[in-house]
Ligand binder design. Structure first.
Ligand SMILES: [Zn+2]
Length: 300
């Protein structure tokens, strides 16, 4: 019984060795300049610059002038379409954008691929630069693609410096090396400052009296930090102002031994020191302050 299906046959039109055609003088000039790493357009009788160049001005049908003008190399995307899954024969094997690119100095746009990494990185208005192939043959693929203009860089930053503690801080850190907090008591107003300092910010007097404070205190305010810090054991970590018992100003230190979300304003804490043989005159000798378990303090 005859079928209702139409008869079909698969055909492939292919020139396995490539289809050779002549370029004509205008496109030939464009491709020859490309091989030399330059982008040129041709000027029309009306003074517009066509890129890629054409023999005739598409607007008027008039022959072009034969004056070639170097354009680009950078240009601006005027329209684009994202290709999430490249096909065989596409210029890139990863997602890219087909774009109309108006090179600087040109009045028309050419089509090329933009290797932008993600669809948000390319849009009308994006500035792009050609990425040239190492070996050029005089073909549009001498430009392997365009890439967005470089607008930011990541550069390694490292500064090494020697911090000289100075007199007052030196006294405080020397105490830390021994496992004690050294403060200074003002002879005028009686306030106790820790770390130890040489003059009273309240009354301006020179501080002569040193006093050793216990390692216990109260959290007056704190911050939960979610960015890693080489001085902290892990993230999140808590840094806090701790008012040592007997001091009138708080000092900043880490709080540990407790989940970050359980740290409270008014929580009682005690310094946890690194083992004695590891102590140095540096704040690294105080591992952190940990809760004592005493009831919270009402802070005014
Ligand atoms: Zn004072």
């Amino acid at each position: 019984m005859p079928s209702d299906e139409p008869l079909t046959a698969e055909h492939v039109l292919e020139f396995p060795g490539g289809y050779t055609r002549t370029t004509g003088p205008v496109i030939g000039r464009f491709l020859t300049e490309l091989r030399a790493g330059r982008l040129v357009g041709v000027r029309t009788a009306e003074g517009r610059v066509l890129v890629p160049p054409l023999e005739y001005d598409p607007a008027t049908g008039e022959p072009v002038t034969g004056e070639y003008v170097e354009v680009g190399p950078a240009g601006t995307v005027t329209a684009c379409a994202w290709v999430p899954e490249p096909l065989d024969g596409h210029p890139l094997d990863r997602p890219f954008a087909w774009a109309l690119i108006k090179l600087d100095g040109a009045d028309t746009a050419l089509v090329h691929a933009v290797d932008a990494g993600n669809p948000k990185a390319v849009a009308a208005g994006t500035r792009v630069w050609p990425v040239w192939r190492g070996e050029r043959t005089g073909h549009i693929t001498d430009i392997s693609c365009f890439a967005p203009e470089v607008t930011k860089i990541v550069s390694p930053v490292r500064s090494a410096y020697t911090l000289r503690a100075g007199g007052a801080l030196g006294v405080f850190l020397e105490g830390i090396g021994r496992g004690v907090f050294v403060g200074g008591r003002c002879g005028g107003c009686g306030k106790v400052y820790v770390p130890y300092r040489l003059s009273c910010p309240e009354c301006g007097l020179r501080i002569a009296e040193r006093t050793e404070l216990p390692g216990t205190g109260t959290v007056t305010t704190f911050a939960i930090n979610n960015l890693p810090d080489p001085r902290a054991p892990e993230v999140p970590f808590v840094s806090a102002y701790i008012l040592l018992d007997g001091a009138d100003v708080p000092m900043i230190a880490l709080v540990g031994g407790v989940p970050a979300h359980e740290v409270r304003h008014g929580m009682r804490v005690r310094a946890v020191w690194v083992p004695e043989d590891e102590r140095t005159p540096s704040m690294a000798s105080v591992r952190w302050f940990a809760p004592t378990g005493e009831p919270d303090v009402e802070l005014s």
